[in-house]
Design a binder for this molecule. Structure first.
Ligand code: NAI
Length: 338
């Protein structure tokens, strides 16, 4: 495989290393699964993020091409590519934030849980690398089923003795992005003005939009509530079916991943009041993991917000969500402990 320096850029006449000028020093970010459907647009958007000074692209295929391509963008971040397991440690060393969209996506007719057998092993291996090479990094886990892969990651980190629940976040941002969009469509608002908390987990009925807490404050008819809840819960399947075998959401997911990663980096920088939904270790319910609004700071998750007042429809949804979530969490934990 090509060496790192070959993949870093082809300039053979350097007067010095390129350095991003001005502003804050920037953070080092690794993307694992960087050559995939989510990975590629995610890498492109992160290369445009002024908070990023170094961007490491890791995959088991095609990183040289993606790295070469992205490295021509005239933005500040220095890009380096890493290919295959033997380069995983170099990809991870010194990173502040690791984003993981590695693994297979759904095809029509599949649930996220059907991906478990392949993706569980991938996530385990990658998290072992993180334990060894950047144990203090914030981890944004995108690989599905998130409801199980986050518990797997936690077990791997515990085993390595480096687990800090504040630094492990399952990415449920796409559910929020979809909820904002679909609610704005119904209300006839600009989606940028709408904020819908989505709690629970990231699969089917575990995705629980709290329509009673939408900002700006508004109310929905029963028909609207049922339509919106169902569309938000099945947004991923809508894309999987439209793509007809060519994968699942990649572009909207890359957008959501960057929105979330940017919030994590602003938290790391020390910005006040950075609040997003994420699937994290939590005591909000009796389950060990749950997605709610969290405040992000220098240590990662610094505060977990309670669910707030739920209406009857949401309380019933919560019971369904918890039942499925409990099984998915247990499945992840027992896989990792095997
Ligand atoms: P994809 O198949 O297009 O890309 C996955 C990439 O991961 C490929 O480039 C592949 O080579 C790479 N990969 C496989 N094994 C690897 C390993 N051991 N180490 C590093 N890289 C490895 O899939 P896509 O569409 O990018 O989806 C990726 C994952 O994200 C899937 O599990 C999918 O279900 C999930 N996803 C999660 C969402 C969320 O909201 N959290 C939304 C959409 C997808």
């Amino acid at each position: 495989p090509p060496t790192n320096s070959q993949m870093e850029g082809n300039c053979v006449l350097r007067r010095g290393n390129c350095r991003a000028k001005g502003g804050s020093p920037g953070f080092k970010v690794a993307i694992l699964g960087a050559a995939g459907g989510i990975g590629q647009p995610l890498v492109m958007l992160m290369k445009m993020n002024p908070l990023v000074s170094v961007l490491h692209l890791y995959d088991v295929v095609n990183t040289p091409g993606v790295t070469s391509d992205i490295s021509h963008m005239d933005t500040g971040a220095v890009v380096r590519g890493f290919l295959g397991k033997e380069q995983l440690e170099d990809a991870l060393t010194g990173m502040d934030l690791v984003i993981i969209p590695a693994g297979v996506p759904r095809k029509p007719g599949m649930t996220r849980d059907d991906l478990f057998n392949i993706n569980a092993g991938i996530v385990k291996t990658l998290c072992e690398g993180i334990s060894k090479c950047c144990p203090k990094a914030i981890v944004n886990l995108i690989s599905n089923p998130v409801n199980s892969t986050v518990p797997i990651a936690a077990e791997v980190f515990k085993k390595a003795g480096i687990y800090d629940p504040r630094r492990l976040l399952g990415v449920t941002m796409l559910d929020v992005v979809r909820a904002n969009t679909f609610v704005a469509e119904v209300l006839g608002l600009d989606p940028r003005e709408v904020d819908v908390p989505v709690v629970g987990g990231h699969a089917g009925v575990t995705i629980l939009p709290l329509l009673s807490q939408v900002k700006p404050p508004c109310s929905f008819t029963t028909k609207e509530t049922e339509y919106l809840t169902s569309r938000i819960q099945n947004g991923g399947t809508e894309v999987v079916e439209a793509k007809a075998g060519a994968g699942s959401a990649t572009l909207s997911m890359a957008y959501a991943a960057v929105k979330f990663a940017d919030a994590c980096l602003r938290g790391l920088r020390g910005d006040a009041g950075v609040v997003e939904c994420a699937f994290v270790s939590s005591q909000v319910t009796e389950l060990p993991f749950f997605a709610t609004r969290v405040r992000l700071g220098r240590s990662g998750v610094e505060e977990i917000y309670p669910l707030g007042p739920l209406n009857e429809y949401e309380r019933a949804g919560l019971e369904k969500a918890k039942k499925e979530l409990a099984e998915s969490i247990e499945k992840g934990i027992s896989f990792a402990r095997k």
